[in-house]
Design a protein around this ligand. Structure first.
Ligand SMILES: C[S@@+](CC[C@H](N)C(=O)[O-])C[C@H]1O[C@@H](n2cnc3c(N)ncnc32)[C@H](O)[C@@H]1O
Length: 312
């Protein structure tokens, strides 16, 4: 078999920050778990593999309804796995979940080991998704379900930044929307991450087909999070929002710096960028001080889908 193009590995081995992955836990609700089990072919006694598990957020979520079953997760980044293992200890989940370092292009697991093999937004970061998928299929038992849960980049996330009463809040909404449109249409960094352009998410059903999977199905999965939802503790919601604003400030700054010429070409010059960051910082200050008494109803949402196929 041809050697996989593993040029994305160096980037992921060196990746430092995982707060964004941990913050995703609200995407996985108790309501959805039975549907995930049904679609991903998991029963309470299944042996499941979570590929490219990061810090293990998805594995921890799936593990909750296991009885005699077990979830193994692997990732190429040592820091993510170390943090994930610390989390498992804290949550008393070490009996149900095992996380370890492994390379998805060359897995150490034996052929036909798992009842179900899944991943959350892993396959799309690979420089050679077909090779990654073939390894997932190899370690799945015949009759098992192989699946990819995918975030689609073709539909921008929904972000309503609340109706906060600080000076410049409306201007922030508008600048934020403009910047994110320019980013998704013209300045996206996919090539810099060495992601594969040929096998983008919308072609996964075809990719499953050429890799020999059968009964290919596509399932819808959307998520929302309302920062005013009182079923979550106030401190959690406030910290989540603050960390997301901070991550956003860093992420927008890095992408603007890297693709400044593209932004300028589309009418988003230094003055607009500086103003956007100033307003985001103002919002961060406001949220730090007033979140407890504010009813601005900020919320976010996104669309994912799940492609599944059966190994013959
Ligand atoms: C977008 S992150 C998703 C992480 C996790 N599934 C989650 O949703 O929180 C992609 C993950 O793939 C991992 N990854 C990239 N290339 C890999 C490889 N060759 N083998 C194993 N993991 C890899 C990265 O380290 C990263 O944790």
């Amino acid at each position: 078999m041809a050697k996989a193009n593993n040029s994305s590995n160096d980037i992921w081995k060196a990746w430092q920050s995982y707060s964004g992955f941990e913050n995703r836990s609200f995407r996985f609700t108790d309501d959805m778990r039975p549907l995930f089990y049904k679609w991903l072919g998991i029963s309470p006694n299944s042996y499941v593999l979570d590929a490219g598990c990061g810090t293990g957020v998805f594995a921890r979520y799936l593990a909750v309804d296991l009885d005699k079953g077990h979830i193994d997760g692997f990732d190429i980044n040592q820091g993510f796995i170390e943090y994930g293992n610390k989390k498992l200890k804290e949550l008393n989940l070490t009996e149900k979940v095992t996380l370890k370092i492994d390379d998805g292009f060359d897995l150490s697991y034996a052929d036909n080991s798992y009842d179900a093999v899944t991943n959350y937004t892993y396959i799309g970061v690979l420089s050679d998704p077909v090779a990654g998928l073939r390894e997932m299929i190899r370690v799945c038992k015949p009759g098992g379900v192989v699946s990819c849960v995918v975030a689609t980049n073709s539909i921008p996330p929904i972000v309503w930044q609340g109706d906060y009463p600080f000076d410049g809040a409306n201007e922030l909404q508008s600048l934020y929307r403009t910047e994110s449109n320019i980013f998704s249409k013209y300045a996206r960094k996919a090539t810099d991450l060495k992601q594969n352009q040929e096998w983008h998410a919308l072609r996964y059903p075809k990719m499953f087909d050429i890799c020999g999977l059968k009964h290919i199905a596509i399932h819808p999965f959307a998520y929302t999070f309302n920062y005013n939802d009182e079923t979550y503790p106030l401190a959690y919601r406030q910290e989540l929002l603050k960390s997301e604003i901070t991550d956003d400030i860093n992420w927008i700054t890095s992408r603007y710096t890297e693709k400044k010429d593209v932004y300028i070409e589309h009418g988003f010059g230094e003055d607009k960028f500086n103003r956007l960051i100033e307003l985001m910082k103002r919002k961060l200050d406001y949220v730090s001080e007033h979140f407890a008494d504010d009813n601005s109803f900020e919320w976010i949402g996104g669309f994912n889908f799940i492609v599944t196929g059966i190994k013959e």
